[in-house]
Design a protein around this ligand. Structure first.
Ligand code: ATP
Ligand code: CA
Ligand code: CA
Length: 393
């Protein structure tokens, strides 16, 4: 499959930034600071302390000489993220090799509309996203609750955050670049054929790409979804419980605008279906699939009678800005392995969203747009997910 993004080589406009980031991470992660327990003192979450490390090109007592421009580096709540990495079973040495090894990062052609840049490590394991100041603020604010949440729920679907950092360029332009390091949800051994970013809203929730350009790297949206996912009943139950808990958490933190990112790997009919065993994020079945080619070709979607892991199919239609699943079960299905998680969880219901809502409400049915309040957002999100995910009865 085609690899996503552009490798950042010398001459790339963000080459130096990448070097800075790698130097900073090596500095932070490499520092010997054993974390024996998963318990943290409240002071670990203190974000008042401003600890900048200066990285002059010639090197300093604590920093190595380097080829990049002079910059300053800041780690937010380093002990918290160190403990989170431990909780998520990230080995510090592997983490450093993935991010700071000799291989360059790849820059994705801005997959979101927010203006953030995304970088992937060479091994696809980690995704680095640049953040707005407001998003950093939200993450700092919710960090204690986030920590408790991910500690309590091993199977949580919310994004795993491994580090929050800031690079400040020295010199005349004191530009600050803030970024978060997270797990790439779609880093898998099996090929991902289709990816969907689902919110449960319908306004603008359709890809703007022509059908012929849709491929494995296209992020499809709610209205592009032509099927539902039928899970084994016990897995569905687990999914149901976890989505409820995760949404409660996000609602309490007044977060909105998040999505369920779903990656689908269609299993070929000839291959023995992979059975990953129970557990969220990976779902296998042992059934035989239908025509994979047809499934991957949007032009043929109308004729393909497809369901996933399930003997049924439903179709979407848009009715007065409301997403509706309609259609009769087709009794046909295709085996898939699903990978999913809740992403983009750092947008809170702030003034700008309130304004956006007020403005958009004039033109559209207000429940169909994404900027509704966090309680409505989570309700609509869950309602949608529990229609799109179902179980074999
Ligand atoms: P917007 O606010 O306009 O939605 P954004 O810049 O905040 O955009 P995200 O929604 O976080 O961006 O991500 C955009 C896309 O990047 C997602 O739809 C998904 O395809 C991909 N992506 C984001 N986070 C991850 C992740 N952790 N793993 C894999 N892919 C991801
Ligand atoms: Ca998003
Ligand atoms: Ca966003």
């Amino acid at each position: 499959a085609k690899r996503q993004g552009v490798t950042i080589c010398k001459g790339h406009k963000n080459y130096e930034l990448m070097l800075n980031l790698q130097l900073g991470i090596r500095h932070s992660v490499g520092r010997p600071a054993p974390t024996k327990s998963l318990k943290l003192k409240p002071t670990a979450f203190d974000t008042q302390q401003k600890l900048w490390t200066k990285f002059p090109p010639e090197g300093s007592k604590h920093t190595p000489p380097h080829q990049s421009c002079e910059f300053k580096w800041k780690d937010y709540c380093p002990l918290v993220f160190r403990t989170l990495r431990k909780l998520f079973n990230v080995d510090p040495a592997d983490y450093m090799i993935s991010i700071c090894g000799n291989d360059a990062l790849r820059e994705l052609s801005s997959p979101g509309k927010s203006g953030s840049f995304f970088y992937l490590t060479h091994d696809d394991k980690y995704m680095i996203k640049t953040m707005k100041k407001s998003e950093v603020k939200v993450l700092k604010r919710m960090l204690p609750a986030y920590f408790e949440h991910v500690k309590s729920f091993e199977n949580t679907l919310v994004t795993k955050f491994f580090g929050l950092h800031c690079v400040k360029l020295s010199g005349p332009i004191q530009k600050k670049v803030r970024f978060v390091i997270m797990g790439n949800l779609l880093c898998t051994e099996v090929p991902i054929h289709r990816r969907y970013d689902l919110k449960g809203s319908s306004h603008g929730r359709i890809t703007d790409k022509p059908e012929t350009e849709i491929d494995a790297n296209t992020t499809l949206k709610d209205l592009d979804l032509k099927f539902i996912f039928r899970l084994r009943k016990d897995w569905f139950q687990e999914f149901y419980n976890q989505v409820n808990k995760d949404c409660d958490f996000l609602e309490q933190e007044r977060i909105m605008d998040y999505s369920l990112l779903v990656g689908i790997s269609f299993q070929e009919s000839t291959r023995e279906a992979v059975n990953e065993g129970p557990g969220l994020g990976r779902t296998g079945t042992t059934r035989v699939s239908t025509d994979t080619d047809a499934v991957l070709n949007p032009a043929r979607w109308a004729s393909v009678r497809l369901g996933i892991n399930m003997p049924s199919r439903v179709e979407f239609t848009v009715r007065s800005h409301e997403t509706q699943l309609i259609g009769e079960p087709t009794q046909e299905f295709s085996d898939v392995i699903l990978f999913f998680g809740i992403i983009d969880i750092l947008q809170d219901y702030d003034i700008s969203k309130k304004l956006e809502h007020a403005y958009k409400s004039f033109q559209y049915d207000s429940t169909s747009i994404s900027a509704v309040d966090p309680r409505l957002y989570s309700k609509r999100f869950k309602d949608f997910m529990f229609r799109v995910f179902a179980y074999d009865s």
